[in-house]
Design a binder for this molecule. Structure first.
Ligand SMILES: Nc1ncnc2c1ncn2[C@@H]1O[C@H](COP(=O)(O)OP(=O)(O)O)[C@@H](O)[C@H]1O
Ligand SMILES: [Mg+2]
Length: 472
């Protein structure tokens, strides 16, 4: 930093001979954001800050310093003034004394955050009360400074906090774009976990690399495979899917690679296999872990040589396909057991994508429910408008071993059975006896559970942000 501000303690410093209201632009210094234009220093407002401390001298000192650095500054020495100020203007950052005369700093911070959730708060704390500062950070403060602190330190913290906030809103914006990009696929991805799945998808869709999807049944492996195909340059060519667990060995081989007329009993004419049908497109091999060893060998050869022989044929076939495989097994274990070829595993395990189970991303549930209800009530020509808060609580508390598919089926049944325009607790309970056993003590009828997930992840995001900040 080129800041020439001295680094003496606030408290030991004399108040500089400037009036606090003076425009920062006339100040002799530049800060990191100040630019020199035609030999004159031009300073832009680099942010609007709120300083809250019941020590008026300190507040004035901080105000002068921050204005010199180009910030717009408002001050308050009482909690209620701070709240008034926050209601009247949007602040980019707040500097808050933990020990105010009229209220605890933490509870004030909570209220300020309820007015402006994105505003970073830097806590000021006396020597010896670091514990409460740490508590404040757990409650969402950005960082803390122990008094006495120096100018450089404070300015650096502010700069970092604002930069962090800018990056976060940029991330939000990009995420919005990501969602729009995949809107056509109807994939719900509100949780951070599903968003990072879509983020990977958008990065790798353009490549030719083999994708390895793993996750429990019903987590969305197939819908993601389709999304990859649709986001790839192959989108106008075929997407062919086959479940390797669904067919006996001989049938699977001829399904995949085709056969010559007379290759086996009943082969009255030659057929093209799915690999040939997927030429210039994508083939999706579902339940790859259940592929019999003989076909594993043939698939490996096909991958290595980019050609294969249809059953009963000696003429090689060349195809250009992108391969996506999926499994709900721990394929590494199958390899260790000798049930799956290691060499094939490495060929397939190029871009692994994990689909998290629904119970690990419950904040997706209200949005999935919304999406499914719209679709289902249209299909069944019913006017179902939504899910009651009580029913939603049940949906949120259940663990969904069958993941998104189970949620979809549950709602399908509920929509089919209902005579009302809302899905009630009862209609969900009729479907899911298991939901009835959801722990009553966990239920809070006042709580709008639909908000619980996003709120939780917002907190999580904050914790992560703080951790990454501290490790800098
Ligand atoms: N994120 C999601 N958004 C919308 N629908 C989803 C999502 N994930 C799964 N589904 C739906 O749930 C059902 C099961 O998904 P699927 O892709 O077949 O899972 P898997 O292949 O992992 O068993 C499908 O009807 C699918 O459309
Ligand atoms: Mg599937």
């Amino acid at each position: 930093m080129t800041d020439s501000t001295n680094s003496a303690d606030w408290r030991s410093e004399a108040v500089p001979n400037e009036t606090s209201g003076r425009a920062a632009g006339k100040d002799r210094r530049t800060d990191s954001n100040g630019a020199t234009v035609g030999g004159k220093v031009r300073q832009m407002s680099t942010g609007k800050l709120l300083v809250v401390d019941d020590d008026n001298n300190l507040v004035e000192l901080v105000r002068v310093k921050l204005q010199s650095a180009g910030y717009e500054v408002a001050t308050a020495s009482k909690a209620e003034d701070a709240i008034e100020a926050a209601k009247g203007a949007v602040f980019d950052l707040c500097i808050l004394d933990l020990r105010l005369a009229d209220r605890s700093g933490i509870s004030l911070m909570r209220e300020l955050h309820s007015i402006n959730p994105d505003m970073p708060v830097i806590i000021l704390t006396g020597y010896g009360s670091v514990e409460s500062a740490v508590e404040a950070m757990q409650e969402g403060a950005y960082n803390y400074l122990t008094k006495p602190f120096n100018t450089q330190e404070l300015l650096l913290q502010i700069k970092r906090a604002l930069e962090n906030r800018r990056l976060n809103s940029e991330i939000q914006r990009l995420r919005g774009l990501l969602e729009e990009q995949f809107d056509f696929t109807n994939i719900v991805a509100r949780s951070d976990k599903m968003r990072s799945v879509l983020d990977i998808v958008s990065r790798i869709a353009n490549t030719e690399s083999t994708v390895y999807l793993h996750g429990e049944s019903g987590t969305g492996k197939e819908i993601i495979a389709k999304a990859i195909h649709l986001a790839s340059p192959r989108r106008d060519n075929p997407f062919v899917a086959i479940n390797c667990a669904a067919l006996p060995e001989t049938l699977l081989e001829s399904e995949l690679f085709g056969h010559e007329k007379g290759a086996f009993t009943g082969a009255n004419r030659s057929t093209k296999g799915l690999f040939s049908q997927a030429h210039e497109g994508t083939i999706f091999l579902d339940e790859i872990g259940d592929m019999p060893p003989s076909i594993q060998a043939k698939l490996l050869r096909a991958l290595q040589e980019r050609q294969f022989y249809p059953v009963g044929s000696e003429k090689p076939v060349f195809v250009d396909v992108r391969i996506i495989v999926a499994t709900n097994k721990q394929l590494e274990d199958e390899v260790a057991k000798g049930a799956f070829r290691q060499d094939l595993f490495y060929r397939l395990h190029v871009i692994p994508i994990h689909l998290p189970p629904l119970r690990e991303r419950k904040e997706d549930i209200p949005h999935l429910a919304d999406r499914f209800l719209k679709k289902l009530s249209q299909q069944m020509k019913k006017d179902v408008k939504g899910v009651t808060p009580q029913a939603m609580q049940k949906l949120m508390l259940y663990d969904w071993p069958g993941n998104v598919r189970e949620l979809e089926n549950t709602l399908e049944y509920a929509v089919a059975m209902t005579r009302q325009d809302m899905i009630t607790e009862d209609s969900v309970l009729q479907t899911k006896n298991s939901l009835a056993s959801a722990n009553q003590e966990d239920l809070n009828p006042q709580m709008n559970i639909a908000l619980k997930g996003p709120l939780k992840s917002y907190k999580e995001a904050k914790t992560l942000r703080r951790q990454s900040e501290r490790s800098r």
